[in-house]
Design a protein around this ligand. Structure first.
Ligand code: DQA
Length: 150
């Protein structure tokens, strides 16, 4: 169920995001995933929320965590599925299968990059998409949850 009184937000990160900070910094910036987690934890505290930040390089793990978010009564999921965004019907189906709202998050703006990044299976089912603001995309998505936009 989508419980708007729930306080915990799952923040799920897909493949190669463990290398943030080192990986193509001209595109993704210099912040590491730990830096983003710290920034988000501070902002969540101010907003009366908590975050559960995770990263995996495995598609099925993201599917399992989406199911878990609903089972554990999370308020919402922020999902940066990275390259699986553009390939994964399994993630599209998982987002459709749960009532927990999912916000699609990207550091870069995939729509302005290579053609193969223009399709987003995640975006077909996500309640909202926040992209192109670097690490701030995560903060903007968190604030959208706090503001009741999803
Ligand atoms: C990304 C964009 C994707 O196209 C890419 O595969 C990523 C990161 C982003 O946050 O900008 O790995 O999701």
């Amino acid at each position: 169920m989508n419980d708007i009184t729930a306080r915990n937000i799952y923040v799920l990160n897909g493949p190669n995001l463990n290398l943030l900070g080192l990986r193509e910094p001209e595109i993704y910036g210099h912040d590491t995933l730990d830096d983003i987690a710290g920034m988000l934890e501070d902002r969540a505290l101010e907003l009366g929320l908590t975050i559960d930040m995770r990263q995996t390089n495995h598609e099925g793990m993201l599917v399992d965590w989406l199911h878990e978010a609903q089972a554990e009564g999370a308020r919402a999921v922020l999902l940066n599925a990275a390259a699986y965004t553009h390939t994964s019907i399994a993630l599209l189906d998982a987002i459709k299968a749960i009532k927990t709202p999912v916000i699609e998050v990207h550091l870069s703006d995939p729509k302005t990059r290579e053609d193969f990044r223009h399709i987003s299976y995640v975006g077909m089912a996500a309640a909202l998409t926040v992209e192109g603001h670097g690490a701030d995309s995560y903060r903007i998505a968190l604030e959208a949850v706090a503001a009741g936009k999803v």
